[in-house]
Design a protein around this ligand. Structure first.
Ligand code: FE2
Length: 352
């Protein structure tokens, strides 16, 4: 049963109303003025407050305003002996839930109290549900964060594994994929392609030669010039990489970019001889980064050719082999931003 506080400066009213309520099973308390009522509300919780309007010092309306500052759910019923429309409006505007006029009959009082009791119960249930919902949502957020972290770690593991397996078989190009990944990400960043593309460029770069796993080590590590058959075998790595990526749960453009990274915009590349419009922007970035990094690196059969020669190569063939905008961004990256080839393996933030 609900707990009701009766506030009235007339002792007889307090006694009569409290009797009506306690006879009906309600737990009651009473206060002779607003100040005592506020003190009691501080000390214990009431479900319903039944208050007179005209009282000395603090009126029922002022009491109501002060109650509402602390609680929106407690039900407040205003009583008055001088009913006017103005008083009723003011009471409702101040947050009263109901309005009774004196003299108050027993059945009218109990009807109003039962109604207030039901509203209070519904409000309390709503609050409990909202609280439970909040806890549930926070739980879900926690689970989601946990799973996202696990997925990020799993992806990082896959990328590192794929990258290290091919480099273990091809020591001459050890670090090449890492450096191409970092350079590709830097080019994408300079082109303002957004964080998601930048992160994918790093991922693709780190594994772009993964198809070399299926090429015999003797060919991969042969120091001299390759014969046509050996060259043909090397060229299969683009398709092999694509086939391998089909089995990994990565977005399809990652595999497609690996398939295309040796294409050239004029159609002279391999394996499919694609032209500019059919080549993904990611593949066009990888092809520029791949060439620049390769020319700047030492090989057993030749020394490093240096930055000037690498940039000269891509500028000379801009609009032919390589996309003009990507070449410009790559040149600006080195010449204006003083970018230096970076060998570090970055932690991968897998874009989800
Ligand atoms: Fe390659």
């Amino acid at each position: 049963m609900s707990k009701v506080l009766v506030v009235d400066d007339e002792k007889s009213m307090r006694i009569t109303l409290s009797e009506f309520l306690s006879n009906d099973g309600y737990e009651t308390a009473s206060a002779p003025d607003a100040q005592s009522a506020l003190k009691m509300i501080e000390e214990e919780e009431f479900d319903i407050i039944l208050t007179d309007i005209i009282m000395p010092k603090i009126s029922g309306i002022e009491l109501l305003s002060q109650i509402r500052e602390k609680s929106q759910t407690v039900q407040v019923i205003i009583m008055t002996g001088e009913p006017t429309v103005d008083t009723a409006v003011k009471a409702v505007q101040s947050g009263a839930n109901d309005y009774l006029t004196k003299p108050i009959k027993r059945d009218v009082l109990l009807k109003a109290i039962r109604h207030a009791e039901q509203i209070k119960l519904l409000n309390d249930e709503k609050l409990i549900l909202e609280k439970e919902n909040l806890i549930y949502q926070k739980g879900l957020e926690g689970i989601l964060l946990e799973r996202t972290t696990a997925l990020q770690n799993a992806m990082q593991g896959i990328i590192t594994l794929l990258s290290s397996v091919v480099e273990a078989r091809d020591p001459y190009t050890a670090g090449h994929q890492r450096r191409v990944g970092n350079l590709s990400a830097a080019i994408a960043d300079r082109m303002n392609l957004g964080t998601k593309v930048v992160e994918f460029m790093r991922i693709i770069g780190y594994i772009h030669d993964v198809g070399k796993i299926v090429i015999p080590t003797e060919i991969l590590s042969k120091p001299g010039t390759l014969n046509p058959l050996e060259m043909q075998m090397i060229r299969t790595h683009a398709l092999s990489g694509y086939d391998m990526l089909l089995k990994v749960d990565l977005p399809s453009f990652v595999g497609e970019t690996i398939f295309q990274h040796h294409e050239r915009c004029d159609g002279s590349g391999y394996p499919r001889g694609l032209k500019d419009k059919d080549i993904t922007v990611e593949a066009k970035i990888i092809m520029v980064a791949d060439v620049v990094e390769a020319m700047m690196s030492h090989r057993p059969y030749r020394p490093a050719l240096g930055l000037d020669a690498a940039l000269h190569e891509i500028q000379q063939n801009a609009g032919v082999y390589y996309h003009q905008d990507i070449v410009s961004s790559c040149v600006e990256l080195f010449r204006k931003d003083y970018y230096e080839i970076e060998d570090l393996e970055h932690k991968i933030h897998f874009p989800i």
